[in-house]
Write a protein of this length. Structure first.
Length: 193
């Protein structure tokens, strides 16, 4: 009799485990879009464009305005090269780094101003931490040729790279406009949190 109860308990446990497995499997299969992901209770990112991650897959909100995506890309690409501009280097070297890294991302007038005074340009102020990237948090249309982009500049150190964390962050706001047919940053303002 005792053996029969043990066998029934094992069968019941297997049924419960099997049911949970099937439920999770069907839940995963049911998530195929950003809206499904959010609807299943997974959080949406606070970045632009909106993203939701479920079961190792990232879903991006569809229908994003292609112009807004292009504007976002300008600021994101700018964030990737900031670490290569040492603003405290000798003026000639810093000005050349500004020109080499920001030429295609900022307006000619802003580029000229930063080359004239590299210490005013965004970039790497010390060897560590350094600006690694920008997380865009909002893209706001001002008019058909101008957008305001807000984001967080994420700074890293050698230790943070190894452990996947960040050293610090600060906010930045960029004005992105069309000049000579290209989206470029025409103004950059940043402040520490």
């Amino acid at each position: 009799m005792k053996r029969k109860w043990i066998l029934l308990a094992i069968v019941a446990a297997l049924l419960v485990v099997g049911s949970v497995f099937c439920l999770n499997y069907y839940r995963r299969v049911a998530i195929g879009s950003f809206d499904d992901c959010v609807g299943a209770g997974f959080p949406a990112s606070k970045t632009y464009p909106l993203q939701c991650e479920a079961y190792g897959k990232v879903f991006v909100k569809q229908g994003s305005d292609p112009v807004e995506v292009a504007v976002d890309n300008v600021v994101t690409n700018f964030g990737r090269v900031m670490q290569f501009v040492s603003t405290n280097a000798p003026k000639k070297i810093a000005a050349q780094a500004v020109a080499d890294n920001y030429r295609d991302l900022v307006s000619p007038s802003l580029l000229a101003a930063w080359m004239q005074n590299p210490a005013k340009a965004p970039g790497r102020q010390v060897s560590s931490p350094w600006p690694d990237h920008v997380v865009v948090t909002s893209v706001t249309r001002v008019n058909t040729t101008t957008y305001t982009v807000a984001g967080d500049v994420i700074e890293l150190t050698s230790d943070n790279v190894a452990d996947g964390g960040m050293a610090d962050e600060y906010t930045a706001t960029a004005t992105v406009a069309v000049e000579d047919g290209n989206w470029v940053i025409t103004n950059w303002d940043s402040s520490r949190k």
